[in-house]
Design a protein around this ligand. Structure first.
Ligand SMILES: [Zn+2]
Ligand SMILES: [Zn+2]
Length: 338
């Protein structure tokens, strides 16, 4: 089968590898579509993996073979499956830090989504695989994993109806975040540097939009909240400078929420401001199994629109190039069809 293998530091080669063999409780999937995640882009652009690896974890495929004992799914069905499974019982899991669970980090699909075929291990088949209903496209179905990460983030934010949220970055994650915040519903100010992304944010429910480098953001937020300022600033993009600016956008007792790696360099912040204004900084990364269930439900019930976020479809051989498009912000969500 054809597989796109990432060779650090920067090459991705399409190679021929044997189709994985499945065991009891396992499933062989023929991959139809796999989304390029921001973390795939980060791994390649910062050369994070130290040895060759197959990336891709937002995927939909057809069941072509099932192992002994698989009850939940049948050959011919279309599934979406997420790549990590928490143990559910360790110290991290009991505290709700499922994505920090050691078992979560060790589990994975074989070899990864940027391949023609993929083996779903038994515990994934049981906990992170879902049927894609006929009225959802492959593209829509594969958003189950990335949307679930956003679901967890918004859940952890503990916002109230009527709150005011600022979302920095209107890439695919920012645009999902806007829609989830509107389900609470909060008021949402969307920030980006590109007009077309801001108008898409508006179409998908953002109340207000401004350019991310506008000097008027603090004043605007203040005017919309009776001088109180925003309850939360969600960073899906931006750099250290934007993070520093956000101290003038967030209210006393509010939160700065990291949903992206804004910088690999240290950023200077005022600990005094954090302390005196009771500002919380929190981050959120991968989902728990419950967030996957919730995300799948939201997609099936068409509560979140994801099709408009897809800008490109490519074959395996264009994966490396498409990562450059994303880095240059010429593409938003790229889907690889192996
Ligand atoms: Zn992802
Ligand atoms: Zn655990």
């Amino acid at each position: 089968m054809r597989v796109a293998v990432y060779h650090p530091p920067s090459e991705i080669r399409v190679e021929d590898l044997p189709i994985p063999k499945i065991g009891d409780g396992e499933i062989l999937l023929k991959v139809r579509a796999c989304g390029v995640c921001g973390t795939d882009v980060l791994k390649v652009s910062r050369a994070l993996p130290k040895k060759p690896v197959v990336l891709g974890h937002e995927l939909v495929g057809d069941v072509v073979e099932i192992g002994r004992g698989v009850q939940k799914f049948k050959v011919g069905e279309r599934l979406v499956v997420a790549h990590h499974v928490p143990c559910g019982t360790c110290h991290f899991c009991r505290h709700g830090n499922h994505s920090m669970c050691r078992h979560f980090k060790e589990t994975n699909l074989d070899p990864g989504g940027f391949a023609e075929y993929l083996r779903i291990p038994a515990e994934h088949a049981g906990q992170t695989a879902f049927l894609v209903p006929a009225d959802l496209s492959d593209d829509e179905g594969l958003f189950t994993e990335p949307l679930s990460c956003c679901v967890r983030n918004v859940r952890r934010a503990n916002l109230l109806p009527g709150d005011f949220a600022v979302v920095v970055g209107m890439g695919s994650i920012g645009l999902m975040m806007v829609q989830l915040l509107k389900l609470i519903p909060t008021q949402v100010l969307a920030l980006d540097l590109f007009d077309e992304r801001l108008s898409l944010a508006k179409q998908l429910g953002a109340d207000y939009t401004l350019r991310g480098d506008s000097p008027d953001i603090a004043e605007f937020v203040s005017a919309k909240t009776e001088g109180r300022r925003a309850d939360i600033v969600v960073f899906t993009a931006g750099g250290g400078k934007v993070f520093q600016n956000a101290f003038s956008w967030v209210r006393d007792g509010g939160a700065l929420n990291l949903f992206a790696s804004l910088s690999d360099k240290p950023v200077e912040v005022s600990l005094d401001a954090l302390y005196h204004h009771e500002i919380t900084v929190f981050s959120s990364y991968s989902p728990s199994p419950e967030d996957l269930v919730e995300s799948h439900r939201l997609l099936c019930e068409k509560k979140v629109k994801v099709a408009p976020l897809v800008t490109h479809h490519v074959g395996l051989e264009k994966l490396r190039e498409s990562i450059d498009w994303i880095l240059a912000q010429k593409a938003m969500k790229v889907i690889v069809n192996p």
